[in-house]
Design a protein around this ligand. Structure first.
Ligand SMILES: [Zn+2]
Length: 120
């Protein structure tokens, strides 16, 4: 998929197809968490994994019409804070003003959603 397709697929299911997997064989489903800065790879969370794996965009395909039903949650997105473990998503804990804030980057979930273009 292209970087544009990847950006449009954030929070949605994608299929990973390894180079040795034929087009008629099933790939591996995952949720596209975020686009890497290089825009050549994306972080994808596969199956029951709790962290995401960096995957080349050329090996990913969108699943049309097979999107997550849940509303987009900021916890699905990779935390880019230097204090966050590699591949970790935002982890929200109660903050000082009664709002949930990420324990790594200290952003609120609505701030993260705004930055991801999910909320205005
Ligand atoms: Zn964070």
């Amino acid at each position: 998929m292209t970087p544009e397709e990847a950006r449009a697929s954030i929070g949605q299911k994608v299929v990973y197809r390894a180079p040795h997997v034929r087009p008629d064989q099933p790939g591996e489903e995952g949720v596209l968490i975020s686009l890497a800065l290089s825009e050549r790879d994306a972080f994808v969370r596969y199956g029951a994994d709790t962290t995401s794996k960096l995957t080349p965009l050329e090996l990913l395909e969108p699943i049309p019409g097979k999107h997550l039903r849940e509303p987009f949650s900021a916890t699905h997105y990779l935390c880019d804070s230097p204090g966050a473990p590699t591949g970790a998503t935002h982890h929200f804990v109660p903050g000082t003003q009664g709002v949930m804030v990420c324990r790594y980057c200290n952003r609120s979930s609505s701030q993260v959603r705004r930055e991801m273009g999910l909320e205005r």
